[in-house]
Structures are given as structure tokens and as C-alpha cells.
Design a protein around this ligand. Structure first.
Ligand code: ATP
Ligand code: MG
Length: 342
């Protein structure tokens, strides 16, 4: 079989499951913006079908989806350069996900740590959707034959599963149809940790609002959250070795590094020896200066709901133009009568 050359194409997404936070921005969104406008297509989705794998109040979900779109645009994604849309409006995602539910093996899914983390102790009571989540994620990516997926470090395992699904599909049907997608996990902030617990990642779904810096937080709230962030009593070290076994200290240094476009080594060369009482206000000032232009723009866009809805509708149309033929070709390969060659 000859190796198919797939056109470089970028896909990624975030869930409208709460407030966009600093981890989403530094681990994902900022990199999405960086990949926009180069030589390839960039497709960025608001994954509402993923959000409902845990309970979402319908009116909150509607608001969170529009707010997420505002967050994408305020962070620098341009609807004229990237395809921006919400997942439910391109039904091919869910249709391909069904095929992938029949390709993925139970054993593969049972190894997924995100399911274990989110289902917690009461896994029997989790939704079937939460368990099947990674197969839908594989479909999100492969319905566009995306070759590169910029994500935070927590999504690495799901990207490996996406490759396993593509490999098994190609093998089972004797085709070279789905690409083996590359994860793009970049920078010191690929895993921003909770401000309350350095062993847990910062998350939208964390019940404690003090655990994260939301993109919509005002300057006082950001300062307060950083001031109250868990730390240890030691001064900052001058080298990164000194951050070992100090997860909270490392997290704050990494956030500072990412926000100031430096390495952790460069930051420590500057702040080594300082106490947190001195470092935290520096970090708060930096975070406010980087985030406030974004939150101001988000608030402005949220006042233009009709415009957001127009952007999403236009994005869904463009996305479907790519997804429809790929789904029909998949149906044809699988042997479904009536699959159309489009
Ligand atoms: P939820 O808690 O509902 O899963 P989340 O905070 O994990 O929300 P997602 O919408 O699941 O956010 O993820 C969107 C993108 O942000 C993904 O690429 C993910 O890898 C990235 N991301 C999420 N949390 C972090 C984090 N703490 N640090 C770096 N990247 C992150
Ligand atoms: Mg998540």
C-alpha cells in the first residue's frame, strides 16, 4: 500500500463546560492563534456534544458556547482565517463517532485516565457518553483528516487513541484513508496546575473557582486568586532543579514564564531568592496586563450575540463542506448502500 500524503490541516476544540481559564489559554488557545494564517487550514470547534457528557443546564450551555466563541476571537482567532463553529451543528462528527465506537475496543477505552478522573468513585453512575468521549474526539479530528492537533498535555492519551482508531480502521478495511494525526503540545504551560492543588490540572469543571484564573476575571479577582494560591514557605530557587518536589512553586514560575515568553530558567535567573510575598504581586501584574485586553474584548463581543451566531453558522457551513465527503467516503469503505460520492 502506498503512503497517502495528507494535506496539512489543524483541528482543535474546547468544551463550553464553564469559564475559559488561563490553562486553556496558555496550553491551547494561544498556540491555535500561532498556527493560524500559515500555509494550512485551521479549524477550531466549540465541542458542545462533549460538554453534555456531564450535566449542563441548557441556558448555561447556550451562554457558555457563545462566550467560548467570544473567547476564541478575543484571543486572536479570526473567523476569516480559521473555521469557527460549534460541534453539534456539523452532524458528521456524531455520525463518524458511531463508526469509531465500533472500531475502538472496550479495553482501550477503559485505560483512559480522563474518564477515571471525571467519573471518580461512582463510575457506574457516569454517562455512557463520558466513557465514549475519546471516540467522539477521534471523530472530531478525523472527519477533517486533520494532521495536527494543538492541545494541552492532558489530551495526549486521547490523541494516541485517535491514532489507534485510525490505524485499526485503515487496517481492517485495507485502506490508507485516515491520517495518523500528530499532537502538538507546546511550551512550559502545556499543563497549568490548579492554584489550590499542584497535583491537579487547572480545569473549567473544578468546583472551586479559586483553583483557576478565568479569562473573564477582573484585575482584583486575579490578584486575590494569585495572592491566595497555595505555595510553600521557601524562597524561590535560582535554578529549575530547586523546583523539584515543589509543584505549586513550579506552577507559578511556569505561568510567569509562559506569560512573559521566557523559559523557566530565565525567570528564575531574575526572581531566584525572592519570597512569594514579592513574587506573587509581580505575577498578578503580569497576568492582569496580558489578560485584561482579552477579557475586555470578550465582554464587548458578548454584547453582540447575533454577530456571534452568524459567525458560528458560517463556520458550520464551511466545516460541513469538508466533513460531508469524508463521511460519505467512510460509509462507502464500510459498505453502506446509498453512500454518495460527493
Ligand atoms: P473540563 O474540566 O470541562 O474538561 P478543561 O479545563 O479541561 O475543561 P477543555 O475544554 O477540556 O478544558 O480543554 C480545552 C483545551 O485546553 C484542551 O486542548 C486541553 O488540553 C487544554 N487544557 C485544559 N486544561 C489545561 C491546563 N490546565 N493546562 C494546559 N492546557 C489545558
Ligand atoms: Mg478537559
Amino acid at each position: 500500500m502506498t503512503e497517502t500524503q495528507f494535506t496539512p490541516r489543524v483541528f482543535s476544540g474546547a468544551q463550553p463546560s464553564g469559564n475559559l481559564h488561563l490553562g486553556n489559554y496558555l496550553g491551547a488557545l494561544r498556540n491555535w492563534v500561532g498556527m493560524q494564517g500559515a500555509d494550512y487550514e485551521t479549524i477550531y470547534c466549540m465541542v458542545d456534544l462533549h460538554a453534555i457528557t456531564v450535566w449542563q443546564d441548557p441556558s448555561e450551555l447556550r451562554k457558555a458556547t457563545r462566550e467560548l466563541c467570544a473567547g476564541y476571537i478575543a484571543s486572536g482567532l479570526d473567523p476569516d482565517k480559521s473555521i469557527l463553529f460549534n460541534q453539534s451543528q456539523v452532524p458528521e462528527h456524531a455520525q463518524l463517532a458511531w463508526i469509531f465506537n465500533c472500531v475502538a475496543r472496550m479495553g482501550w477505552m477503559q485505560r483512559m485516565t480522563q474518564f477515571k478522573d471525571k467519573a471518580g468513585k461512582n463510575a457506574q453512575n457516569a454517562s455512557l457518553g463520558l466513557f465514549a468521549y475519546p471516540a467522539l474526539m477521534a471523530a472530531d479530528i478525523l472527519i477533517y483528516h486533520a494532521t495536527h492537533v494543538p492541545v494541552g498535555d492532558d489530551q495526549k492519551q486521547h490523541l494516541e487513541l485517535t491514532r489507534d482508531i485510525a490505524t485499526k480502521f485503515n487496517h481492517d478495511f485495507g485502506v490508507d484513508f485516515f491520517p495518523l494525526t500528530e499532537p502538538v503540545i507546546q511550551g512550559v504551560a502545556a499543563r497549568v496546575m490548579s492554584l489550590r492543588d499542584g497535583s491537579k490540572k487547572m480545569s473549567k469543571s473544578d468546583p472551586s473557582d479559586m483553583s483557576r484564573i478565568n479569562m473573564t476575571d477582573d484585575a482584583d479577582t486575579i490578584s486575590k486568586k494569585i495572592r491566595k494560591a497555595k505555595t510553600d514557605p521557601e524562597a524561590l530557587p535560582s535554578e529549575t532543579d530547586g523546583l523539584e518536589d515543589r509543584p505549586e512553586a513550579r506552577n507559578l514560575v511556569n505561568i510567569y514564564a509562559a506569560l512573559s515568553d521566557q523559559s523557566a530558567e530565565q525567570v528564575l535567573a531574575e526572581v531566584g531568592g525572592k519570597q512569594f510575598g514579592e513574587f506573587k504581586p509581580m505575577l498578578a501584574d503580569l497576568a492582569v496586563s496580558k489578560l485584561s485586553p482579552i477579557s475586555t474584548e470578550m465582554a464587548r463581543l458578548m454584547g453582540e450575540e447575533a454577530e456571534i451566531d452568524r459567525i458560528l453558522a458560517r463556520g458550520a457551513e464551511k466545516a460541513r463542506a469538508i466533513a460531508t465527503p469524508i463521511l460519505q467516503q467512510t460509509y462507502e469503505i464500510v459498505g453502506m448502500v446509498g453512500a454518495k460520492q460527493v
